[in-house]
Design a binder for this molecule. Structure first.
Ligand SMILES: Nc1ncnc2c1ncn2[C@@H]1O[C@H](COP(=O)(O)OP(=O)(O)OP(=O)(O)O)[C@@H](O)[C@H]1O
Ligand SMILES: [Mg+2]
Length: 254
């Protein structure tokens, strides 16, 4: 579904992504872990086709996108959605208008059809009652759910999530990871989830990649991550040792 091969991105002679390769199979949820500045968001931008790599290739749905024009990328982008870290909701639009926005701009759907789709999307995230509220009237967890409702408005096959649970309390984080899991199970969505929260990574990830300084230093199972003797992996885990120990203990992993 997504294949990144030997991708390097340089900005002002600094490698933001350095020979990154990884792939996401159909229906899989791939987690990207790593400390701040590791290049996680940059990798999402590469997959979305917002950035062009200096070298390497990126294929989505089997189509190599690196050499496509903006126009040529459109049909591929349409099958993919992104949930941004800051949600990227429009402050002056209501919840319903936010969810409808891309459908109104980029689809041929009739108003009535759009209205029905908004209802479905908001029902999926359990926010049916909030259609006429403004984003500022919602809690952080609710805003994130609106962002997810908007992300699924086009029935995407791929969803990219950038830090979907950062800043949320554990209960709201669990609601969000629950939605990510349901989208996989009920709608066969293929996902990439960027996070630095190990608990959420383990909750949603079928496989995990760990990034450090623009490189993928580990790619494999949760068990493999906890058991790894790679110095980068050990460093990362030692910084969040308490959380890692707790998870090892709870799951019998490691
Ligand atoms: N548009 C840009 N121009 C120049 N440098 C950039 C740009 N975007 C990101 N960078 C740099 O690339 C590196 C990786 O950034 P990126 O946002 O991908 O990290 P991240 O892993 O998502 O971090 P965080 O957890 O803080 O979100 C950082 O050093 C950042 O300063
Ligand atoms: Mg980021």
């Amino acid at each position: 579904m997504i294949r990144v091969e030997h991708v390097t991105v340089e900005v002002e002679e600094r490698k933001i992504l350095d020979d990154v390769s990884f792939e996401v199979r159909k229906g899989e949820t791939k987690v990207i872990l790593g400390p701040s500045g590791a290049g996680k968001s940059s990798l999402l931008k590469i997959i979305l086709g917002l950035w062009k790599p200096n070298s390497g290739s990126v294929s989505v749905h089997g189509v190599e996108i690196t050499h496509l024009s903006e126009r040529e990328k459109m049909p591929i982008r349409r099958r993919m959605s992104m949930v941004f870290q800051g949600n990227a909701l429009f402050d002056s639009l209501t919840v319903a208008e936010n969810v409808a926005f891309f459908l109104q701009e980029h689809s041929e759907m009739a108003e009535e059809e759009i209205r029905k789709r908004i209802e479905d999307c908001l029902e999926f995230v359990n926010l049916s009652e909030t259609q006429d509220l403004l984003p500022e009237e919602l809690s952080g967890g609710m805003k994130k759910r609106v962002a997810i409702a908007r992300a699924i408005s086009f029935n995407p096959e791929i969803i990219l999530y950038d830090e979907p649970t950062t800043g949320l309390d554990p209960l709201n984080a669990k609601i969000i990871t629950g939605l990510i899991i349901r989208l996989k199970k009920e709608r066969a969505v293929t996902s990439v989830v960027v996070t630095h929260i190990l608990r959420d990574a383990f909750a949603v990830g079928d496989s995990l990649a760990l990034m450090s300084e623009g490189r993928v230093v580990f790619d494999g199972s949760a068990e493999g991550l906890l058991a790894s003797t790679d110095p980068f992996v050990e460093d990362f885990l030692s910084e969040i040792r308490e959380e890692a120990d707790l998870l090892t203990h709870q799951t019998g992993r490691g």
